[in-house]
Each structure stands twice: as structure tokens, then as C-alpha cells.
Design a protein. Structure first.
Lengths: 391, 429
């Protein structure tokens, strides 16, 4: 590897780019109508990927292989489709804006899960914490009349769910996966119960104060304007939060303590870190962040709450966290990928409802492949899932 | 996350740390008492929820009584002399009996409960069997759906290829469902054994893959959506299975979710589960790996192979549940059912509460099946308690049970305190 410092790694990256290009040449605005172009470019990407994989550049090499296969497929299918439909589906500005909308709830929950798991507590209950946040934010906004108080109430409710998880998994040393499963049951039961009791068949009021969008008129109507011109406030918060979490977790003493508790709690305890306190804080924080994700889903995205509206997004957030190797930027990238898959899936309904449905399974397949270690190995914090007993 | 891999951990821990170990301790410790306390605690806390809703103690008690009557368990208190209802016989029985009808509401409710019990026992065993190998199978839901989809595929398509006698078609369809469940769970077992991918993550992902692929198969324009006349406008679904593929109903109305002979399959599965675990080499190896994978490896047991085998067997149980439900009373698979079913998750609660033993799973499944049936909106009196709230109440109770079962450490702490006192007493002066 020393003798070929950048050779195969660089080649593999070029393979990735070629794979993307294979899809792009057939899509607007280029739109080459011959199937030869995407097939050729895709095959080159595939070859480069396999070549660098054989030469030992496993991770980027397999990215290139994946990009080659997908680029080839998408490019080929695009040339088979009519230009009208293609132009209707592939509107880059709208796709990317939708990607950000779909990725935001995942990003909040993922970053929440990052705190919890980095401190050594598995959080399968993210789904339930999101759902709790989603309900109580709408309820709070309805009761107080302002979305700000609603959001605060939702976040506090999510924090309480986190506290419950923390109490059982840290103080009572219950199995953390069992505890998380219980949180999911409880949140589903409680929110549905309250929803039916308070709002019944009419649903949450339609005139509830929703989280505002930020209008950036100066961006104009180009690609940038279409993507960033009218984003929900919480989307911007999520983007900022990714950087904040990265700084907190990797550049501050607090972050070091959190990571120490997740890697080797005994050592952390020995140097005077209160492992219980750190874990409590991290799990409660994860509940609050997940609740913010749920709040975006209900009050920002839909403007209403429906029972079980998170529909597994908490689990996708967990998958994004693992896919992103328990790192903020990695998790955020995974969220964007899943968000893009969702946006594309919805856009694909123009072609066929059933194909769009099948497409929804893709993020899970990707995660499964990633967890299986084919695309690099995910290495969790060493002490995650283990209760700590002070001696 | 399994114990024994971490060399940095200091050897002496006051409590055994991994799940399986603790369940063993709990098995010795609690007997029936701990799960019973758990259930009572869960019902008490949810009683507070009911109390807040109804604002009266007597209404709270009446609500629970209403739920109990809705479960059909009151059937056992209706001793009398009843007609069997079969023409040309004067045969009479001690309890209300439904033959091809629903003349007795209590019996109909009990049929419902036992039908659900059948499925819950099997998905519970799916979670429990994996647990005994030290694996947390959250994928019961996906494996159940895979079983349903596999069974509906064979039951609807095979008759076009060959004409099979009814019994053979049923058996082949069920086996297809079992294989589908086993294959799905097997993926998770294989990944755990070979690359060490955590089974919780992989089974969650597999759940969603099955849900969306299943939705795709039967959705509008999907390859398996029925084109039969009259199906338009309704929920997109598969074709109906032919009558010859329907499992025999021995109690109640065959067209209205009567109790099928799948009930006896579930009882048989409990026996098989017990024998397989406790009386065979395979079961011994599975349990050995569950207790301590490192020791098992040292003893010459293939850990990776056992992860795969245990998951595949777990998936077989869940797939069987899916197949029996489909051939017994669903008769077709539709996408609402695929996307909203949660029976596999209740299986987790069943296995946890039943402490992974055959008897425990049977009893826990009865509790949750009864709870589910009793809180269904059609069996509760709306003047006592809003029935649309009752099903959420059931979910809350399930959540509380799982929460408290997970915290078995409460029992352990109490036990340690008792033992500590005894040691003090017996210690030499």
C-alpha cells in the first residue's frame, strides 16, 4: 500500500464517479437517448471497481461496484422511458428538497441515537420516542396555540421517554433491547390512546400552529433556490445540529466522557467520570432529539398527527446510525441517502405504484448489506448494550 | 454484544451480565411468581389509565370485567346442558358449542382467543427458541409474513399446475410457509455466524424488506395482485386460496373465523419445542451456545452453525404461524394486513413473559391472546368503556409487561437481599 499510495484508492473513487455519471448521462438535463452510453460508462465503473477491489481497496472498491451497477441500471431504465415522464420524475430541485424533508426526521433521531449508543446504551426505543414527540408537539401546539411551546412540550415528552429507558437500562440494569422494545409498545399505546381520547375520529385540528418555513427569496428560482428556498425551520436546525453534534462528541471534554463511557465504562469510572450520570444525560438527550424528529414529522411535515405515523422511521434512523459508523457526518450522509431513496420512491409513482413500493425496501437492503460487512465494517462502541455496575 | 468477547472487562461482576444468563437465574428465582407479579403490576398501572378515563372505581372494575367477558374465558363458567346443533342428533354437551354458526357469543369469543393463541404460541416460540441460543429474534413479524406469503403463493398457484388432493395441498402450502420463514430468519443467523452482524439489526431490516416486498407483490399493478372481478376498489390483495386449501374448522363458523385444527398444531409445536431443546443433541448444542458461546466453542460445538440452525428453526415456527393463519381464516394476503400486522412483536412479549419455556409460552400466549380479543372493539360494551380506546389499552399493557419483565433485576435484588440475610444467619460466629 505504501508503494502505491493513491493508485487504487484513486481509481476506485473514479469508479464511483463513473457509476454516478452512468446514471446522469441518461437523465435530464443531459438525456442521452441511446442505451449504449450508460451501459458503457457503467461497465467501465464496474470494471474499475472490481479491479481496485482485487487490488485490496475493498471499501471504496465495493462502493464503485455498487455505483456502477446502480448507475448502469438507472441509466438503462431511463433510456427506456419516455422523455415526458422522465422530465416529470427527475426534477433535481424538487427531488433534493424532498430528500432534505425526508432526511430531517431521520437525522434528528439518528443524532439522538448517536449520543445514547456512544454512551453505551442501545436505543431501539428511538421509534417510540419519535412517536411521543410527534404526538405531544401537536397536542402542545393545539393547547398553547403556538408551535414553539408545542415543540418544547414534545421535546420534554420525548425526554421523559428517554428517562424511562435510562431508568430501566441504567439503574435497574434491564436488558436494553427489551427496554427499548417496551418503549416502542408504550409509546404506540399511549399516543394512540390519547389521540383517540382527545381527538377521536376528527383527527388533530387543521388550524394548529405549524412550524414555519424559512423563505430565502434571494436564492431565486434556480436549482439552489428550488432546494433551499423554502425549507422548514427544523431542517435548518438539523443541518446545524449535525455540525454541533460532531463538535460536541469529538472536540469537547463532554464528548470524550460520553465516548469513554461507551468504550470502557470501568476506565471512565476510574478517572472520576460519573458513568451513570453521563449515560442518563445521553439517553434523555437522545429521547429529546428523537422527539424533535417526530415533531418535524407531525407539525412540520404533515401539520397533523395520525396514530403510528412514524411507521418505522426510528428503525431507519438506527440503521443510518449503524451505516454511518456511529459518526455524525456518516449518519447524516446515510440519512440523506435514505431520504433520497424515499424522495425518488415517491417520484417513481409516476411510472408505477408497485415499483415505487418495491423501491421503498431499498434502504433496508442497503443497510443489511452494510451491516453484513460487505461495504466496510461497522464497529459499534465496545461497551454498548452492557449495563455498568459500579464497584 | 455477547459476553465473553470482552477481554478488558474485569472478571468479577456482582451480577451475570448477558440476557440469557440472567433469564436462567430468573428461572430458578422467580418460578411463576415473578411473571405473575409482572402481569399484576402491568394491569394495576393500566388500571390507573382506565380510572383516569372513566373517573370511577366501579367503572374501572366493570371495564376489566367487560374485557374479561370479551375474551370468551367466561365460557368456562357457563356450565349447563347445550345442544351440539348438529342435525339428527340429540347430543348435548356441558358447555356452549358452536357448530357451523355463532349461536353462543362466549364460545365465539373463546374461538377468537384460541385462534389468536395458536399464532401467538408459534411466534412466541420463534422468539423463545432464538433466545435459548442467545439470540434476540425481533424478526418474528417478518418471518410470520414470509410464512403467510409463501403459503398463499403455493395455495393459489399450485392448483394451476397440478391437481392435488386437499390434504396434500394444505401440507405443501404449510411447508412452503415454514421454509419461507426459515429462509428469512436463516439469513440473520448466517450473518451472525459468519460476519458477526448483530441479529437485532438484521432481523429489523429483514422485517421491513418483507413488508415492502410483500406490499409490492400484492399492490396495484404488482405481479401477484388478483385480477378477479369484484376485487376492484377494495384493498389490493392476492387471489383467494381455493376451498381445498382451507384448513378444517372444528369449532364455530368456518366462514367467520372459527377455530381450526391449527390449534392442535400449536399444542404439538409446544411439545416439539420442549423435546427439541431438552431431549436432543441439537437442543443441547443450542442451549450450550446460548449459555456461553466461548465455552461451547471450546467444547467443540460449532457456534456459527448453531446460530444459523437456531434462527432457521425459530423462523420455521413463525412461518408456520403465518401459514396457519392464512390457510385457516385470512384466505388471502392484502397489503393493509402486511403493513399493519404486529403479531410478531407481541411474540416478543409472549416469549419474555413465558421465560422461554414451553409451558410459559403457552400461558403467556393465552394472556395476550385473551387481552387482544377482549379489547377488540366488537366485544366491549361502549357504555362502560370506549371500545376504540381499549385496543390501545392492550398495547399499553403489553408495553408495561415487557418493561417489567426486562427489569428482572428487581427480583434479583430482592433475592440477593434474602440470601444475604440467610448467609448472615448461617455464618459461623
Amino acid at each position: 500500500m505504501k508503494r502505491l499510495p493513491h493508485g487504487w484508492r484513486a481509481a476506485a473513487w473514479i469508479g464511483v464517479l463513473l457509476g454516478v455519471l452512468a446514471a446522469l448521462v441518461a437523465l435530464p438535463p443531459i438525456e442521452i437517448r441511446s442505451a449504449v452510453a450508460p451501459l458503457l460508462v457503467g461497465l467501465v465503473a464496474l470494471t474499475v471497481g472490481i479491479g481496485s477491489w482485487i487490488r485490496g481497496e475493498r471499501r471504496i472498491g465495493s462502493y464503485a461496484v455498487a455505483a456502477g451497477v446502480f448507475g448502469l441500471l438507472i441509466g438503462y431504465l431511463a433510456t427506456r422511458s419516455s422523455v415526458d415522464k422522465l422530465d416529470a420524475v427527475v426534477v433535481w430541485g424538487a427531488l433534493f428538497a424532498a430528500m432534505l424533508r425526508y432526511a430531517t426526521p431521520l437525522a434528528f433521531a439518528s443524532l439522538g441515537g448517536l449520543f445514547s449508543e456512544r454512551s453505551g446504551v442501545v436505543n431501539i426505543g428511538l421509534e417510540g420516542m419519535m412517536l411521543t414527540g410527534a404526538f405531544f408537539t401537536v397536542w402542545g401546539a393545539d393547547r398553547t396555540g403556538t408551535w414553539m411551546l408545542g415543540l418544547a412540550i414534545g421535546i420534554v415528552a420525548g425526554g421523559l421517554m428517554g428517562l424511562l429507558h435510562a431508568f430501566f437500562s441504567i439503574s435497574l440494569r434491564a436488558d436494553q433491547i427489551v427496554g427499548g422494545t417496551a418503549i416502542n409498545f408504550l409509546a404506540l399505546g399511549i399516543t394512540t390512546y390519547l389521540f383517540v381520547k382527545l381527538y377521536g375520529s376528527e383527527g388533530t385540528p387543521s388550524d394548529v400552529s405549524t412550524i414555519p418555513s424559512i423563505h430565502l427569496g434571494f436564492l431565486g428560482h434556480g436549482f439552489i433556490g428550488d432546494v433551499f428556498g423554502r425549507l422548514d425551520l427544523l431542517i435548518w436546525v438539523a443541518i446545524v445540529l449535525i455540525f454541533v453534534v460532531w463538535i460536541v462528541v469529538f472536540k469537547t471534554p463532554i464528548g470524550l466522557r460520553i465516548r469513554a463511557c461507551g468504550e470502557h465504562p470501568r476506565a471512565a469510572d476510574t478517572v472520576g467520570i460519573n458513568v451513570y450520570a453521563v449515560r442518563y444525560g445521553a439517553v434523555v438527550l437522545s429521547g429529546m432529539l428523537a422527539a424533535a424528529g417526530g415533531a418535524f414529522l407531525s407539525l412540520g411535515f404533515n401539520g397533523s398527527f395520525t396514530p403510528n405515523m412514524t411507521a418505522g422511521r426510528g428503525f431507519i434512523a438506527l440503521a443510518a446510525l449503524i451505516f454511518g459508523n456511529w459518526r455524525p457526518f456518516g449518519a447524516a450522509a446515510a440519512c440523506l441517502l435514505f431520504g433520497f431513496a424515499s424522495a425518488l420512491g415517491v417520484a417513481l409513482q409516476t411510472y408505477s405504484l408497485s415499483i415505487s413500493t418495491l423501491f421503498t425496501a431499498l434502504p433496508y437492503v442497503i443497510t443489511l448489506v452494510a451491516v453484513a460487512g460487505v461495504i466496510g465494517r461497522s464497529i459499534p462502541p465496545a461497551a454498548v448494550g452492557r449495563p455498568y455496575v459500579r464497584q | 454484544m455477547s459476553a465473553g468477547e470482552d477481554v478488558r472487562q474485569l472478571p468479577e461482576e456482582p451480577l451475570p451480565e448477558d440476557v440469557v444468563n440472567r433469564y436462567r437465574v430468573m428461572q430458578k428465582a422467580g418460578g411463576l411468581v415473578a411473571p405473575l407479579l409482572t402481569v399484576i403490576l402491568a394491569f394495576l398501572i393500566s388500571g390507573v389509565v382506565v380510572l383516569l378515563t372513566t373517573r370511577s372505581v366501579s367503572d374501572t372494575l366493570r371495564t376489566y370485567q367487560g374485557i374479561f367477558n370479551g375474551t370468551g374465558l367466561d365460557w368456562f363458567f357457563r356450565v349447563g346442558s347445550y345442544s351440539v346443533g348438529v342435525p339428527f342428533t340429540g347430543a348435548r354437551v356441558w358447555f356452549p358449542w358452536n357448530t357451523n354458526d355463532i349461536s353462543s357469543q362466549a364460545a365465539a369469543n373463546l374461538e377468537q382467543t384460541l385462534l389468536l393463541w395458536t399464532a401467538l404460541v408459534l411466534v412466541g416460540l420463534a422468539v423463545a427458541f432464538a433466545f435459548r441460543c442467545g439470540l434476540f429474534n425481533i424478526g418474528g413479524q417478518g418471518q410470520y409474513l414470509a410464512g403467510s406469503i409463501g403459503a398463499v403463493l403455493v395455495a393459489t398457484e399450485l392448483p394451476h399446475v397440478v391437481a392435488l388432493p386437499s390434504i396434500l395441498l394444505i401440507v405443501v402450502s404449510i411447508v412452503a410457509g415454514m421454509l419461507a420463514g426459515a429462509a428469512l430468519a436463516g439469513i440473520a443467523g448466517l450473518l451472525k455466524g459468519t460476519v458477526g452482524a448483530h441479529e437485532v439489526i438484521t432481523t429489523i431490516m429483514l422485517n421491513w424488506i418483507v413488508i415492502w416486498v410483500g406490499s409490492y407483490l400484492f399492490a396495484v399493478g404488482g405481479p401477484l395482485q388478483t385480477k378477479a372481478a369484484g376485487a376492484a376498489g377494495a384493498v389490493p390483495s392476492s387471489a383467494d386460496i381455493p376451498d381445498s386449501a382451507k384448513i378444517h374448522v372444528f369449532w364455530g363458523d368456518p366462514l367467520f373465523q372459527g377455530l381450526t385444527i391449527g390449534f392442535f398444531v400449536a399444542i404439538g409445536s409446544l411439545v416439539v419445542y420442549n423435546l427439541l431443546l431438552n431431549r436432543t443433541t441439537l437442543g443441547y448444542e443450542v442451549r450450550a451456545v446460548g449459555h456461553n458461546p466461548e465455552a461451547a466453542r471450546y467444547g467443540g460445538i460449532g457456534v456459527a452453525r448453531n446460530y444459523f440452525v437456531a434462527m432457521a428453526i425459530a423462523g420455521t415456527f413463525a412461518g408456520l404461524a403465518g401459514a396457519l393463519d392464512l390457510l385457516g381464516w385470512k384466505f388471502r394476503e392484502d397489503i393493509t394486513d402486511i403493513q399493519s400486522s404486529s403479531i410478531g412483536f407481541i411474540g416478543i412479549a409472549v416469549a419474555l413473559l413465558g421465560r422461554n419455556t414451553a409451558v410459559g409460552v403457552g400461558l403467556a400466549a393465552l394472556l395476550f391472546a385473551a387481552l387482544q380479543t377482549g379489547t377488540a372493539s366488537r366485544s366491549l360494551d361502549p357504555s362502560i368503556f370506549p371500545p376504540e380506546l381499549a385496543s390501545s389499552l392492550a398495547v399499553i399493557i403489553q408495553g408495561l409487561v415487557v418493561l417489567f419483565v426486562g427489569a428482572d433485576v428487581i427480583v434479583l435484588i430482592l433475592l440477593r437481599r434474602v440470601r444475604g440475610r440467610r448467609q448472615q444467619r448461617t455464618a459461623p460466629a
